[in-house]
Write a protein that binds this ligand. Structure first.
Ligand SMILES: [Zn+2]
Length: 245
């Protein structure tokens, strides 16, 4: 492609999306003189969901700006915490992020997720219909125009994924208020009210404390509780209301 040349500088945190030759300052970049800056940035491999301010010769411009020959463009990452205007903060996760979905629910964060992959068009449509921030490691999915908002998940490690999302969006945390299986709200319960849903041994051994209003799953303080409590305690210490910033 031959056309007006610009110089493109990606913020360090965005350089992983670009080929190695473009991970330096002031990369000479051809444009066609008609494409928007958003298109130029996407062509460099960076999803627009990850882009914050755009500066052209030091002046902030929108993604629709059409760059001209000789201009210098700086691309910054999103601010953290990132504010999502227009709706209560809630998420939709793609099929590869099941562990992250369950951990967000454990912390009371609204996290929709299907075990069966509904496909990219259906995920994008649901993001728009329900005003949910789509979380994915698939850049092609995040490029779909119809999504309400999206975010690239930078790690494939669930511990790092959780810290990434909590640090980026700073959702309100309300542990033990949401069903980790289906995302429904948990209601207080005791052994008497859910007794017919418990195995005989379970009824003797464990302390029931909640039931899902949607799928009726019963929650009790069972064998895995200490592992979940560790996840909750660590998240509250770093990202809860009382955390030091
Ligand atoms: Zn449920």
């Amino acid at each position: 492609m031959n056309g007006p040349g610009i110089e493109l500088t990606l913020a360090p945190e965005l350089r992983l999306f670009a080929p190695p030759s473009r991970r330096v300052d002031r990369v000479p970049t051809a444009t066609d003189g008609a494409s928007s800056l958003g298109h130029v940035v996407e062509s460099a491999g960076v999803p627009l969901t990850e882009v914050g301010r755009l500066l052209v010769d030091g002046e902030e411009v929108p993604v629709s700006y059409v760059p001209r020959a000789g201009q210098s463009v700086e691309v910054f990452g999103v601010d953290r915490p990132q504010r999502i205007p227009g709706a209560p903060l809630r998420f939709l996760l793609d099929v590869h992020l099941g562990t992250l979905a369950r951990r967000l629910r454990l912390l009371g964060v609204d996290a929709a997720y299907d075990n069966e992959d509904p496909g990219d068009p259906a995920l994008a449509t649901r993001s728009a219909a329900e005003s949910r921030v789509l979380l994915s490691r698939d850049r092609g999915l995040l490029r779909r125009r119809e999504i309400f908002a999206g975010a690239y998940v930078y790690s494939d490690n669930p511990d790092d994924q959780l810290r990434d999302v909590l640090g980026r969006f700073a959702p309100d945390l309300a542990p033990w208020t949401r069903c980790t299986a289906c995302n429904g709200p948990l209601l207080e319960a005791d052994k008497d009210s859910v007794g017919d849903r418990l195995e005989h041994g379970t009824q003797r051994s464990y302390d029931v404390f909640a039931q899902c209003a949607d799928c009726e799953r019963v929650y009790w303080r069972g064998a895995h509780h200490s592992r979940l409590e560790r996840i909750v305690d660590e998240a509250l210490a770093e990202f809860g209301d009382g955390a030091t910033v």
